[in-house]
Write a protein that binds this ligand. Sequence first.
Ligand code: SAM
Length: 300
Amino acid sequence: MNYRHAYHAGNFADVLKHSVLFALLQALKAKETPFALIDTHAGSGCYALDGEEAGKTGEYRDGIMRLLFPDLKRGGQAGSQPLPPLLRHWLDAILALPGNEHGLKLYPGSPLQAARAMRDIDGAYLCELHPEEATLLRELFHHDARVHVHNRNGYEALKALLPPKEKRGLVLIDPPYEAQEAEYRLIEATLKAALQRWPTGIYAIWYPIKQRSQVQPFLRWLQHCGAKRVLRAELLVHPDDSPLRLNGSGMAIINAPWNLYQILREPLQAMARLLSQERAAQWQLDWLVEEGASAAATHP
Ligand code: SAM
C-alpha cells in the first residue's frame, strides 16, 4: 500500500476518469429518484496542487491545467477552440470549490466531485483501506449526512453494500494497480459477484494503459461478463507499448446510459487535442457489448 493519489491528482488520467464520472452523475440526476454512489477506492477526497506531493511530480500541469490554459500545450493552437459543454461544466464545478476562488489550488478527488454533484436525497458510500487517507476522508465529510466513509477493503465491502437502498446508481472502481495482473483478476471476481447481487447498477472501472497486452484479457472478460451494455473510453498520450510508464488510461462502463457514447465523443476528441504530448494523443470510444446497433470511433 505505497500508492498515494496526492502525487497524481489532476493528471491526464484523472481528467478522463473524472469527466466520465461527471457525465455519469449528470445522467443519474436526470431522474428524480435518489441514487447511490459507491466508491470502492476513494482516496483522501481532496488534494492541494501546491502541496509537496503534487509539486514533486507536477503531473497536474499536463492534465487539468492544459484544459484551463490550453495555450500551455506545447507549440499548439489548442486554445483556439472552445471546450465542449461537458468539459466546461466539469471545470466550472472544480473551480467553484471553496479554496479555488483565486485559481486552481485544490483538486477534488472522486468522492468530493460526486458529493458536490449529488442532491440531498442521494447517498455516497466511500471505501478507503489506507488508515491515514480514510481519516482525511472522514474529516472532509464529517458534516455531511449523505456520505458514509468505510475504512475497509472496497472489494470486500462492496458485497455488503449491494444492492444499495437507493436501488439505482453507480459503483466506481479505481484501484492503484500496484500488482497489475492480480488487481485485474480481483476486479473480475468482484464484478462477477456484484452483477449477481445488483445486475442493474452502473459500474465504472478505471484502468491504466502501459502495454496494450496487459489490458486485453480484462477487456475480453468484460465482453463476456454477461452485461448487456459495456462502453469503453480510452485516451493515450504515448504509444501503448512501454511497460515503464503510464501511457494512457481507460474507463469501462458496465450498464452505461444508452446516450453516453454521444455525450463523451466530443469531450474525448477535445481531451486528445489538449492533452497530447510528444505526438498526437489517441482516443477510442466504443461499445464492447451493446444491445442492438454498434458505434465505434478510434482516432487518429
Ligand atoms: N478514486 C480516487 C479519486 O478518483 O480521487 C482515487 C483513488 S486512488 C487511485 C486508489 C486508492 O485506493 C488509494 O487511496 C489507496 O490507498 C486505496 N486502496 C488500495 N487498495 C484498496 C482496497 N483494497 N480497498 C480500498 N481502498 C484501497
